[in-house]
Design a binder for this molecule. Structure first.
Ligand SMILES: NC(=O)c1ccc[n+]([C@@H]2O[C@H](COP(=O)([O-])OP(=O)(O)OC[C@H]3O[C@@H](n4cnc5c(N)ncnc54)[C@H](O)[C@@H]3O)[C@@H](O)[C@H]2O)c1
Length: 252
């Protein structure tokens, strides 16, 4: 049985993870950390990670970039692995996460859904064949509460494609401000915001008289929770290092 501490236990993703873990028999939540501690749970919730009375086998973090220092300090000082699912980190913070992974196991992904990670891998395969010949555009759609655009996942997909194509491409976010034809080595990034859309991503490879579209649609937040909880069970047994969904998929 893997003992989990949920950082962000009282947030939207924290609650979905709690419900999901309660139905599994390979892991259990022993504690939570959240700025909001009032809600009733089957486990105690602490305002600060340093207050945890018992070291967990693994931490799942769905909070906010402002909590990163406290999280990494705890993980390093106690040797606790962490699944970091929070998004919106600065490049300096991402470096901090990478550095910490030299001392403790860390699983880090902008998108915990298995389907999105498969989409990234399919997009890389398509880019190997079509890159330089087909125009590449990414369209993402999210609910009307989302603040950032384009989504971290859209950037992750564009980066996956660009790495495959020797980072020759640049990203174009706004065609409104310029009147000119698209360039060959650009990836157009487009965002739609509305209603309660959980998350949709389409990658278009548009060639002469043919278009290939790779699509993923998330119907609920549970897809991210499933990925994060699977990652936690996977990570609890690992040596220090930086892990992501591809590490988990390659081990079957
Ligand atoms: N990687 C993925 O697949 C994925 C999927 C969904 C959401 N996310 C990310 O997870 C994060 C949380 O998403 P959410 O929808 O649950 O948000 P939310 O606002 O509903 O929940 C965040 C919770 O974290 C708590 N919190 C904030 N700062 C904290 C801190 N410093 N210490 C302790 N607790 C703190 C808040 O009180 C809140 O309860 C966001 O960054 C979101 O983008 C990632």
């Amino acid at each position: 049985m893997v003992n989990v501490t949920l950082c962000g236990a009282n947030g939207k993703m924290g609650r979905v993870c709690t419900d999901l873990i309660s139905g599994r028999d390979d892991c259990q939540v022993i504690s939570g950390v959240d700025l909001v501690t009032e809600r009733n749970s089957d486990f105690p919730v602490f305002a600060n990670i340093s207050q945890l009375p018992q070291k967990p086998d693994v931490i799942i973090d769905f909070t906010h970039p402002s909590g990163l220092n406290a999280l990494l300090d705890y993980c390093i000082s106690t040797g606790t692995p962490a699944v970091i699912a929070t998004t919106g980190f600065s490049s300096e913070q991402i470096e901090q996460i990478k550095k910490a992974s030299e001392q403790v196991p860390i699983f880090f992904s902008f998108n915990m859904s298995l389907g999105i990670n498969l989409l990234a891998s399919l997009a890389k395969s398509a880019a190997k064949v079509l890159g330089g010949q087909f125009d590449i555009e990414i369209l993402e759609k999210h609910h009307n509460q989302k603040i950032d655009a384009p989504s971290g996942t859209a950037i992750m997909l564009a980066d996956a494609i660009n790495e495959t194509l020797d980072n020759k491409y640049h990203y174009v976010y706004d065609r409104h401000s310029q009147r000119m034809k698209r360039e060959k080595y650009e990836i157009g990034m487009h965002s739609v915001r509305g209603g309660t859309i959980v998350g949709e991503h389409d990658i278009f490879f548009a060639g002469r008289d043919e278009v290939i579209t790779l699509s993923h649609s998330a119907a609920s937040k549970e897809v991210f929770a499933v990925g994060a909880v699977n990652a936690a069970v996977f990570l609890a047994k690992k040596q220090p290092g930086l892990y992501d969904m591809s590490s988990m998929l390659s081990e079957g």
